[in-house]
Structures are given as structure tokens and as C-alpha cells.
Design a protein around this ligand. Structure first.
Ligand code: DAK
Length: 260
């Protein structure tokens, strides 16, 4: 699939979406956000795609934020449209019934952190830097940064990043739970691909239910969230993969999942 601002490839059942505006440190303009929406739609519809990796082209940035040159003269109504495009896209990515990993090398700032937080996991290189610097240019995060960051790292740390606008390094991002794993730069993509490939061998329906229960249970009361878990888990018993997984265990052999 050809895009102007993204590179879209599929390797061994894993789609790799690479933001490809390295001269602007992969800053997100509206055209790139529209293309991301299209790419995520392809990932949703194509049954051969089992997992998704998001990355940035070049060696300096994952995404250095929303494109400031495109936002500078927006009026509130236009800003709202740009914001809604981002929210629609990131919500779709977040709730995609397949696992997603952001592979972050270099700067993930503003919209870059926000995109990564719509992925299920974030892996980064040792030299990566993170921040929500919108306050420094008279803004606040507009693509979920005030909400997903607080859910991920807690209120105090989210407020520090959003209200003071400072940057943190990979070590600190790992300490506060913003990223799941940190790798040397030259190993980041290979390790991320290796991890993503594991998902292609797991029972797809159970993966989908696991993600659904976590994503949609989060904002429910514990009783309702537990009920959701019961529904999601019991539905797994309607799949061939559940029968195969348990039968294989009892027969002391490796399961052969259909992946449905
Ligand atoms: N937008 C546009 N261009 C950018 C950019 C960005 N966010 N970040 C970097 N660039 C461009 C630079 O302008 C420069 O272009 P040329 O001058 O070469 O043409 C090129 O990328 C290389 O950048 P630098 O020369 O600045 O490189 P350095 O290594 O010196 O510095 C840096 C790297 C990442 C520290 C620096 O570029 C920087 O501070 N960039 C801006 C980071 C930032 O503030 N990010 C947050 C953006 S605000 C909303 C929707 C979304 C959001 C908010 C509201 N609504 C619609 C309301 C989200 C907002 C943001 O993400």
C-alpha cells in the first residue's frame, strides 16, 4: 500500500507503519493523521495482519509532535477539527482488536507520546526522549495526552510532564511505566519485531478478548468490570483455539492454533 507520509509494510503477519517525514522529525500534520487512519483501517480489515508496530523514519525521532507549522494559524474551530481527526484515529488504534506496539527511537514529544499511548505497549531505544511540551507553546495536549498519560503513569507524574513541559529520558520513562522495555538503539526494531511475531502464534480471539476486557473494563466499577471479564472469558470457550490449547496441554504437545 502506497502512502505519501507513511511507509506501510507487512512482514510475517506483522504490519509496520513508519511515520516518514524525517526532515520534520515526523511531525504529524493532518495529511499524515488521515493516512494513519487509513493504515489502521487496513490493519483492522486484513485477517492476515495479526499485530501492528508503529515507528518513525530516520534516527532522530519517533514523532516530535503535531506539526506546529500547520497549527500556528488555526482558529479554534479548525483546531477542533484537527483534534477530532486525531482522537478518532487514536481511539481506533487503541481499540483495534489486535496487539500494537510503538517502537520509539529518538524524540517522542507531544502528539508523538499521544500516538504511542494509543498502542498497547511502548518499546524504546536507550537514547529516546519523551515529553508533553505543549505548554511551552501556549497549548495543552490535544490528542488524549491529559487523559491517557494520567491513566498510564498516575496523576502527579502526568501533571509534572503536562504542566511543566519538561523532557524525560528512556530510563525515567521506564521507571514511571510510560514504556515497557528499553533496548540499545541497534536492537530496538529487531526486538520489537520478535516480540510482535509472538502474537501471530497466539489464539487471536483470546487476544482480542484480553484487550477488550482491559480497555473497556478500566472505566467501569469493579463489579461491572469483573462481569465484563466473565463475558469475555466465557466467549473464549466457543472457539476451536480454546479446545486445542487445553487439549494440547493435556496431551503434552504444542498447540496448533487456527488463530481465529
Ligand atoms: N512541528 C513542525 N516541525 C517540527 C516539529 C514539530 N512539532 N518538530 C521539529 N520540527 C522540524 C523543525 O522545525 C526543523 O525543521 P527545519 O527548520 O529543518 O525546516 C526540523 O524538524 C528539525 O528540528 P530541529 O532543527 O528543531 O532539531 P533539533 O535537534 O535542534 O531539536 C527538537 C529537536 C525535537 C527538540 C525540536 O525540534 C523541538 O522542540 N520540536 C518541537 C517539539 C514540540 O514542541 N512538540 C510538541 C508539538 S505540539 C491539537 C492537536 C494536537 C496537539 C495539540 C492540539 N489541536 C488540534 C488543538 C498536540 C500538540 C503537539 O504535539
Amino acid at each position: 500500500m502506497e502512502f505519501a507520509n507513511l511507509i506501510f509494510t507487512v512482514e510475517d503477519g506483522v504490519a509496520i507503519i513508519t511515520f516518514n517525514r524525517p526532515k520534520a522529525l515526523n511531525a504529524m500534520n493532518a495529511a499524515t493523521m488521515n493516512e494513519l487512519y487509513e493504515a489502521v483501517t487496513i490493519c483492522e480489515k486484513d485477517d492476515a495482519i495479526k499485530a501492528i508496530i508503529l515507528a518513525g523514519a530516520g534516527d532522530k525521532a519517533f514523532v516530535a509532535g503535531a506539526d506546529i507549522s500547520e497549527m500556528v494559524n488555526l482558529r479554534p474551530q479548525e483546531a477542533m477539527l484537527f483534534m477530532e481527526l486525531g482522537h478518532k484515529t487514536l481511539r481506533m488504534l487503541e481499540n483495534l482488536p489486535k496487539p500494537s506496539i510503538a517502537a520509539i527511537n529518538g524524540f517522542a514529544l507531544g502528539g508523538g507520546v499521544e500516538i504511542s499511548m494509543a498502542c498497547d505497549m511502548r518499546f524504546c531505544s536507550e537514547t529516546s526522549r519523551f515529553g508533553q511540551p505543549e505548554i511551552l507553546i501556549g497549548l495543552i495536549p490535544g490528542w488524549g495526552g491529559t487523559q491517557r498519560l494520567a491513566r498510564l503513569v498516575g496523576f502527579g507524574r502526568a501533571k509534572e510532564l503536562v504542566m511543566a513541559g519538561g523532557q524525560i529520558d528512556a530510563k525515567r520513562a521506564y521507571e514511571i511505566g510510560l514504556v515497557n522495555k528499553v533496548f540499545p538503539v541497534d536492537q530496538l526494531m529487531e526486538e520489537t519485531k520478535k516480540f510482535a511475531r509472538k502474537f501471530t502464534t497466539l489464539p487471536g480471539f483470546a487476544l482480542k478478548m484480553a484487550k477488550h476486557a482491559i480497555n473497556f473494563g478500566y472505566d467501569l466499577s469493579l463489579d461491572n468490570a469483573n462481569r465484563l471479564e466473565v463475558e469475555c472469558c466465557s466467549q473464549c470457550f466457543s472457539t476451536d483455539d480454546q479446545k486445542e490449547g487445553m487439549q494440547a496441554f493435556l496431551e503434552k504437545r504444542k498447540p496448533a492454533y487456527k488463530g481465529c
